[in-house]
Every structure is written in structure tokens, then in C-alpha cells.
Design a protein around this ligand. Structure first.
Ligand code: FE
Ligand code: FE
Ligand code: ZN
Length: 277
């Protein structure tokens, strides 16, 4: 059984997202915990959450993936920007506990000229501040393309962050296929080599989710522009090799391709047909 879903809009609530997922034969999905640019989150409607939890249980959903606003920067040089990131992350982790035992993904941050070392220190400090022993949510660092001064475009940087986190059992990694391709990992011609490297440096047991995207740009471009599956530089063969790889095939996959719901439905149909396990 392939565990696959896509990014869905949160605007009509949790139950609605569950129904949308079912309508396109998805058995999980990703959602923004609030407006992706940051700002205030709506209150949690317990009945709305219950509706989703029932759908997820009845249909054996894979873990749901909350995504933090992508404008947060816990590695900022500006104290107020770092404090804002902490406030949002803490609030999101409280909200995620309404959906226990799921995943929460965030972009590690950008060092904005302070240097990679300083950035890694600030990100791990933030994680040590926000993680709690009681939380049931696993927090995922997303692999980044390396545009600007982004941290997390190498497996080493992610490992260095996790190494400094005290409650590291709460930590995992979400591998974005567009981002690692744009960062220079050759998932098209040497998937085994990339996974061996991931295993050696981070450990494959940390890999908890895959963002399955094609890329508009060539390898090592450090750009981060997602493309529909099969219409970009990664291509459908490499992407179906990823879902079928014995070390990856049990993970949940989330599409973040430029699609509306019907387009996501078509991609999910293609992937389910190509899944060999
Ligand atoms: Fe992301
Ligand atoms: Fe992503
Ligand atoms: Zn991206």
C-alpha cells in the first residue's frame, strides 16, 4: 500500500481536508498550520478535528504532516524575528497535539550572513527551547535547496542540528526531492548512492517523510521551483524509483506540485499504478 497525499488548503477546516484526501484516493495529506506567511492562527474547532481523526482512523491514514509557515527564521540575526519564530513554533506544537502522533515539518532557517555555524547554533537553540518530553509530535527538518543562505541543503548540516538537540528522539527529517536535486544530490542517476550517504551521515531511521516533487531546474541549481511530476528535470522514472525503493516505499509521500485537487488526483493515480509493492 502506497502512502500518498498532497498539500491541501486548511481554509475549510480539518474534516474538509480529510474528505478532499479521500476524494482523490489519498491516504494522508500535508497542511499549513496557519497562513504560510506567518501571522495569527485560527482557534482549533474540536469537532472539526474529531471529524478528521475519524476519517483518518476509518481509512487507515498514514501520518498527517503539518507544515510551519515558510517565512519563519529561527536563525535570523534579528532577536525579534527569532522570538517570533519561537512563538509560532511553540503555538504550532500545542496545536499539533490536537492531532496526536503526527509530524510537523519546518524549514531550518537562513543564516543571513552570520555563517553556517552560527545558524546551526541558533536553530538547535530554538529546538531545545520548544521541544517538550511529553509531546507526541515528531518535528522534521526539511532538506533545503540552498538558495540564499538557507541552512539544511547538506545532510551534514541537518546532522549537526540534530546532534545539538537534547530531545533528539522527537526529531526527524523530511526529504524534499526537488530540494535535494536542486542542492546537488543526484537522485536521478544515483539514488542508492544518495540514500547510502543519508544513512551514513544522518541515519535512515530519521527519515520520516518525503516531499515528492519534480523540479523546474537542473541539478545543483539551488533554485527551489517545484514542477508537476514528469514535467521537470527529475522525471517520472526517477520519481517512481523513489516510491518503489525498498528503503523508502513504506514512508509517507506528500505532493507539493503546482496543482489543484484534480491534478493531484491524477498524479496519485499514476503513482498508485506504478507502485510495485
Ligand atoms: Fe517546505
Ligand atoms: Fe517541501
Ligand atoms: Zn520547495
Amino acid at each position: 500500500m502506497l502512502n500518498i497525499g498532497c498539500h491541501l488548503s486548511t481554509s475549510k477546516g480539518f474534516t474538509h481536508m480529510g474528505k478532499e484526501a479521500l476524494s482523490i484516493d489519498a491516504n494522508t495529506f500535508q497542511f499549513f498550520t496557519r497562513n504560510p506567511r506567518g501571522s495569527k492562527a485560527k482557534g482549533i474547532d474540536e469537532n472539526d478535528v474529531k471529524g478528521l481523526l475519524k476519517i483518518a482512523e476509518d481509512n487507515h491514514f498514514a501520518p498527517l504532516l503539518g507544515h510551519a509557515p515558510y517565512t519563519l527564521n529561527p536563525a535570523s540575526a534579528d532577536l525579534r524575528t527569532r522570538e517570533f519564530a519561537l512563538e509560532v513554533l511553540i503555538d504550532d506544537l500545542v496545536r499539533m497535539e490536537h492531532l496526536p502522533n503526527n509530524l510537523y515539518n519546518f524549514h531550518p532557517g537562513s543564516h543571513v550572513g552570520q555563517g553556517v555555524e552560527k545558524g546551526i547554533e541558533l536553530i538547535s537553540d530554538a529546538l531545545n527551547f520548544i521541544l517538550t518530553p511529553k509531546q507526541t509530535t515528531t518535528v522534521l527538518l526539511e532538506t533545503m535547496s540552498g538558495k540564499g543562505s538557507e541552512i539544511g541543503s547538506t545532510f551534514q548540516e541537518l546532522r549537526q542540528i540534530i546532534d545539538r538537540v537534547e530531545l533528539d528522539e522527537k526529531m526527524g527529517v523530511c526529504l524534499d526531492t526537488c530540494h535535494v536535486h536542486d542542492a546537488g544530490y543526484d537522485i536521478v542517476n544515483d539514488l542508492d548512492g544518495v540514500l547510502d550517504e543519508f544513512d551514513r551521515i544522518i541515519g535512515l531511521s530519521r527519515l520520516r517523510a518525503i516531499h515528492l516533487n519534480d523540479s523546474k531546474n537542473i541539478a545543483s541549481s539551488r533554485k527551489d521551483r517545484h514542477e508537476k511530476l514528469g514535467e521537470g528535470e527529475i522525471g517520472l522514472r526517477a520519481l517512481t524509483d523513489i516510491i518503489n525503493h525498498p528503503k523508502l516505499c513504506r514512508l509517507p509521500f506528500y505532493l507539493e506540485t503546482p496543482n489543484e485537487l484534480p491534478g493531484y488526483g491524477r498524479e496519485i493515480k499514476t503513482l498508485r499504478a506504478a507502485f510495485q509493492h
